[in-house]
Design a protein around this ligand. Structure first.
Ligand code: BES
Ligand code: ZN
Length: 850
């Protein structure tokens, strides 16, 4: 289906809808190719409305009939909706429409997956279900009747009636249409219950396909933990009699927070020790928490318009990160999040797709569910909390919930509660929402007469459409260490508000070593010439776990950059530093494991480009391999002991303690495999009784050019498990050598199990292709072509997933002229595809404009 001509929507053009919706009644008569939706919607004109046009969104709908106050009407239909004359005051609009869920491959609106009906309405999918003012500032109560010949029929809110072939639901909480959901299918429930803090009983159900019952327990525990945590930490209680979660195989995203009926990608909720890794378990726990937390931050208080998306997403990511820090290890969570921010958000913020946390315009809103809105959006909240303090943060949130419950809000509303609680002027801080680009903070140090001074200067680079930016309000957490490693000044937050500003610390006995940007207190790039000696000192002594890790990361970066650009040998101080951390049994294994990870190849490419050096993907790859080999040799004597120390004898639990041990054990196995020709990994693979250890061993083998037998065995063992087979596809591409990557990926796309219309399967091959840096950027350009071929094929089927994957090309201007030319050919080829979706058109044209 062809999209309407692309149109740019601007924040500054916001106008309220001229009518309120008093209530919505929907009847669904389900049929795969002809589902009928009968709607009865009570409207009332707003007395003071500027805009009295009655326009209802509607796309790809077959209108059977429409009525106003019982009288049949003939509305004017366009590609995007319906208009008609309406009476003054209150009136009832009714419509009957027909849609074709079985052929809805875009997975937006009402669609089918394995015989199950399912909806996805955020952001603008409800308009593919019926005619409606499909905008988040229109909130109403919904009563829904589902007629269908399926055992499970679900919608939002509380169940009010059910019988043979029907179910009726009522959601008493006014909500925007994007939170509407319907699920119908042959599903089984894993059930439990939760008693809220005020003593209300809530039924909890996790609905899955028959056969998946054994993968529900962990998700259910995570849900109960989340419900309790939100009561304890934010004072937020659940507000319906039931909370349902449904797992679906075909889903564009991870999960969706529909009121009382969350819909999850199977990969984001189903897990058992045999089939899911520790990493999967941790992600599932976080996503369950995230979607549950939306019940207050997103649903009870929603967004006025989609420009305010970070109001719910940034805040909810921040809340789920707090939750994970509380139930697992705070430093490990923080480090993981910063790795992720640098890998995904920094490239976005420093390339052609850069946009503010609150964008000012878009063509397709689905393209703005980005790392910037989510992850930088969460960082902004972390900075705000740091600046006002924990107490004021808690008061501001209480005020936010009290003042805005039931409303559709803006970032202005959000900041105002902080201003009211603290009496601070946050207008400069607000620039974090409007200025794109990662600020660079340059550090200069001074020392004289017992006084240490820090001069910080900030510079925010130009980004598409935004030149010449104002200084921002940047919290820089700093602590000082004395020569013997003692902390002589505890962490304090310096508030950098000017372009250049000095801070001094007096009364010091000796020149200190500064630990700057502790806990990564702001999403900035530090420009600080730190000697390797000083880094090694911080790695040995910093009391801030984040910065201690950061010192290791910086040392790794320095040695890798020297290896890449000067052909240097691996620096001994890095190898020694890492070794002593690995040896330190007082440190959490999970934390030690993080010390083993090198900066990603893509990150190194970005740093080289920043320094004006054209990155050579092969040289970057080779340096990483050489350094890992050197690490293995350097730690040779320690590895066997460490590996056996990390053995877990107890029954498998995916908690922080056990998974930390497995994580370090796997890192050690990875290094060992470079030395022993795979002997240990083969043994470990054979006896692995959980997916974490099985995959770790298989990864280690494949990375060492071995393990073909195990790979085949893995396939036959797990053939019937779609989530494990996704891993089987993915790991082959991510672990392939650079000159094999494209060939392996291409072969896998011919595999009979490559069901490319299922987003998880599509992403399992083409995601790792784009992520395998040296393989993707192979000089022959074949990987670029393969990815483009598949994006062009997927676009007419599923524009959303296609568009999201175009970001693989966002860094193209970093590379040499030959590679740029090869990429340009592919971008232009995609752009020239007839009937290219609005989603992909917008992404490709923004990337091409670089
Ligand atoms: N509201 C989103 C899901 C969504 C995103 C719907 C884009 C429509 C378009 C949901 O709350 C979400 O953010 N999900 C994330 C996972 C989360 C843990 C960050 C996702 O699906 O990736
Ligand atoms: Zn979310």
């Amino acid at each position: 289906m062809r999209d309407a001509a692309p149109q740019t929507i601007y924040l500054k053009d916001y106008t309220p809808f001229g009518f309120d919706v008093l209530e919505v009644h929907l009847i669904f008569d389900l049929a795969p190719n002809a589902t009928r939706i009968t709607s009865r919607i009570r409207f009332t004109a707003k007395p003071d409305a500027e805009n009295r046009d009655f326009f209802l969104h509607g796309e790809q709908l077959k209108l059977i009939r429409a009525k106003i106050d019982g009288e049949e009407i003939t509305p004017t239909l366009t590609e995007t909706g319906l208009t008609c004359e309406v009476p003054e005051g209150d009136f009832t609009f009714e419509a009957e429409v027909e849609i074709d869920p079985a052929n809805n491959t875009a997975l937006e609106g009402l669609y089918m997956s394995n015989g199950m009906y399912c909806t996805q309405c955020e952001a603008e999918g409800f308009r593919k279900i019926t005619y409606y003012p499909d905008r988040p500032d229109v909130m109403s109560t919904f009563t829904v009747r589902v007629n269908g010949d399926l055992p499970v029929l679900l919608s939002n809110g509380n169940p009010v009636d059910q019988g043979e072939g029907f179910a009726e639901w009522h959601d008493p909480w006014p909500k925007p249409a994007y939170l509407f959901a319907l699920v119908a299918g042959d599903l089984v429930a894993h059930s439990d219950h939760f008693t809220t803090i005020s003593g209300r009983e809530v039924d909890l159900n996790l609905y899955v396909r028959p056969g998946d019952e054994g993968k529900c327990a962990f998700g259910m525990e995570a849900l109960k933990k989340s419900m309790k945590w939100d009561e304890d930490v934010y004072g937020r209680e659940y507000d319906l009699d039931v909370f349902n979660i449904v797992a679906v195989d075909d889903f564009n995203m991870g999960a969706m927070e529909n009121k009382g009926l969350n819909v999850f990608n199977s990969s984001a909720v189903l897990a058992s020790p045999e089939t899911a890794t520790d990493g999967n378990f941790e992600r599932i726990e976080a996503i369950i928490a995230h979607e549950y937390f939306h019940n207050w931050t997103g649903n009870r208080i929603t967004c006025r318009d989609w420009f305010q998306l970070c109001l719910k997403e940034g805040l909810t990511v921040f809340r789920d990160a707090q939750f994970t820090s509380d139930v697992r290890s705070a430093p490990v969570k923080r480090i993981g999040d910063v790795i992720d921010l640098r890998a995904r958000q920094f490239p976005e913020d420093n390339g052609p797709l850069a946009h503010p946390v609150r964008p000012e315009s878009f063509q397709e809103i689905n393209n703005f569910y980005t790392a910037t809105v989510y992850e930088k959006g969460a960082e902004v909240i972390g900075m705000l909390k740091r600046l006002v303090g924990d107490q004021a943060y808690a008061e501001a949130l209480d005020l936010y919930f009290a003042r805005h419950d039931g409303q559709a809000c803006t970032i202005e509303d959000w900041l105002k509660v902080f201003e009211d609680v603290t009496d601070r002027d946050l207008s400069q801080f607000k620039l974090w929402y409007s200025q794109a680009g990662t600020p660079r903070v340059k550090v200069e140090e001074g020392w004289s007469d017992g006084t240490y001074s820090l001069t910080l200067s900030q510079n925010i680079p130009d980004t598409p459409g935004q030149l010449g930016k104002q200084p921002m309000h940047i919290p820089v957490a700093v602590g000082l260490l004395g020569p013997n490693g003692d902390e002589v000044r505890e962490t304090q937050t310096l508030e950098l508000t000017e372009a250049r500003q000095s801070f001094s610390f007096d009364g010091l006995a000796a020149k200190p070593t500064a630990s700057i940007l502790r806990e990564f207190s702001a999403p900035v790039i530090l420009e600080h010439d730190v000697s390797r000696d000083e880094q090694a000192f911080l790695l040995a002594h910093d009391t801030d776990p984040f910065n201690r890790w950061s010192a290791a990361r910086d040392l790794a970066t320095q040695t890798l950059l020297a290896m890449i650009t000067e052909n240097a040998a691996p620096h001994a101080d890095y190898l020694d530093g890492v070794l002593s951390v690995l040896r330190d049994d007082d440190l959490d294994p999970a934390y030690r494991a993080l010390m083993l990870w090198l900066p990603t190849q893509s990150e190194l490419a970005g740093m080289l480009a920043d320094r004006g050096v054209t990155p050579d993907p092969m040289a970057i790859w080779t340096a990483g391999e050489t350094l890992r080999q050197a690490m293995a040799q350097h730690a040779q004597d320690l590895l066997p002991r460490l590996h056996s120390q990390m053995k877990v004898d107890a029954t498998y639990r995916p908690d922080a303690e056990q998974s930390g041990k497995r994580s370090l054990g796997s890192g050690v196995l990875f290094l060992t495999t470079r030395l022993d020709g795979g002997t240990l990994a083969k043994r470990e693979y054979a006896k692995a009784d959980n997916m974490t250890l099985q995959l770790a061993a298989l990864n280690a083998l494949l990375r060492a050019g071995q393990g073909q037998e195990e790979l085949a065995g893995f396939y036959s063992q797990w053939q019937a498990d779609r989530l494990v087979i996704d891993k089987w596809f993915g790991l082959q591409v991510s672990l392939a050598d650079p000159d094999q990557t494209c060939i392996v990926a291409q072969k896998l796309t011919e595999h009979p199990d490559f069901h490319w219309k299922t987003p998880n399967r599509f992403r399992s091959v083409l995601g790792p292709l784009a992520m395998n840096h040296a393989g993707f950027h192979h000089a022959d350009g074949k990987s670029y072509e393969l990815l483009a071929d598949w994006l062009m094929r997927l676009d007419p089927v599923n524009p959303q997933t296609t568009a999201r994957m175009c970001s693989a090309f966002q860094t193209w201007k970093r590379y040499d002229a030959d590679r740029q030319a090869l990429i340009r050919v592919q971008l232009e080829r995609i752009a020239a595809t007839p009937d290219l979706s609005r989603d992909t058109t917008e992404m490709i044209s923004r990337i091409l404009d670089a």
